[in-house]
Write a protein that binds this ligand. Structure first.
Ligand code: ZN
Length: 328
């Protein structure tokens, strides 16, 4: 799923190609968009700019009209030179914006709407967004206040909640909590002030590191993301997508489990991210319910490994583990 870093890089690539240029063609499969285009044609308008706000991508046109898209699970924007073949089927096309030199195509984008400048300011979803982690003017104090109101919500659900902070998706959720050594299942209320500040700063650092200058094209969601310092391209992430594999810090098997009302898959290391023990709680209680997958031991090891292989396509190689748990 595209996260804040993907949207940020996509917006930057689209902005460089389209801003200041005149729209020559606008098409969409969405009748609501085409109605606006019939009343006040997009062709002939200039693209004023493209920006990301959390996970929303905003394309502003002259005349006070903005196209808001949200990529949800599978949506993506591609950018092509005029005449270049497209890398996705026509049946997946939702929106096309062409200029004399470029064609921007939204594939499988499910949320697309035109909003006026005034409508944007009053937009219910946009107005409720928490501070944007990738914004240069990120308001840490406001993010802390919103986090404080999360109370008994688990920290994994809280960081995914775009009304608390904007920009974190499921991959970064898992990675940030691992780096901060915080169990995803702890209620926010149990976090110390230091842990909350460390969490926000870590989120900002990891997201920002993933929007460094690169290709001019919008990125594929998983092609570039990296949260570890390892050179090995197969070791870009700490825990996400690695159930049953050894933790890159301690060698324990990474666990995974569906979490929260949306049943998003959480990956974590039970040793690096301990759940503070409550009276009467057994050491295994954390992973005792739900859809737990912790391969690498006993009869299920082969199955879990196969599952891992099928989930993480294109991985090059994991770092191997020496006896004693040191990473080679
Ligand atoms: Zn570990």
């Amino acid at each position: 799923m595209p996260e804040g870093d993907t949207i940020f890089r996509t917006a930057r690539a689209l902005n460089r190609a389209l801003a200041g240029h005149t729209v020559t063609v606008f098409e969409s499969v969405y009748p609501a968009l085409m109605r606006v285009d019939e009343d006040a044609p997009l062709a002939g308008r200039a693209v004023v700019g493209v920006k990301a706000l959390g996970k929303h991508l905003l394309i502003e046109f002259s005349g006070g009209l903005t196209l808001r898209t949200h990529l949800r699970m599978n949506g993506r924007w591609h950018l092509y030179q005029q005449g270049e073949p497209w890398h996705a089927p026509r049946s997946a096309v939702r929106v096309v914006i062409a200029t004399a030199r470029h064609v921007a195509v939204a594939f499988d984008v499910q949320v697309a709407e035109f909003v006026t400048a005034r409508g944007l300011a009053r937009h219910a979803v946009m107005a409720a967004l928490g501070p944007d982690l990738l914004s240069e003017t990120f308001d840490e104090g406001e993010a802390l206040r919103r986090l404080d109101r999360a109370g008994e919500m688990t920290v994994a659900e809280a960081v995914l909640n775009q009304r608390i902070v904007a920009g974190i998706g499921n991959v970064f959720k898992c990675e940030i909590l691992f780096v901060c050594r915080i169990s995803p299942f702890r209620p926010v209320a149990s976090l110390s002030d230091e842990e909350r500040v460390a969490l926000l700063r870590c989120a900002r650092r990891l997201l920002t590191a993933n929007v460094a200058e690169g290709s001019e094209r919008p990125p594929a969601p998983y092609a570039f993301r990296r949260t570890t310092p390892f050179v090995n391209p197969g070791a870009r992430l700490w825990v996400y997508g690695r159930p049953g594999r050894p933790c890159r810090r301690c060698g324990s098997a990474i666990l995974s489990r569906k979490q929260g009302p949306d049943a998003r898959l959480t990956f974590w290391c039970p040793l690096c991210q301990p759940q503070p023990q409550e009276p009467g709680m057994t050491p295994s209680a954390e992973g005792a319910s739900g859809d737990v997958s912790a391969g690498g031991v006993g009869r299920n090891a082969g199955l879990a490994a196969a599952r891992t292989r099928s989930r993480v396509r294109g991985r090059v190689r994991e770092p191997t583990l020496r006896p004693g748990g040191k990473l080679r």
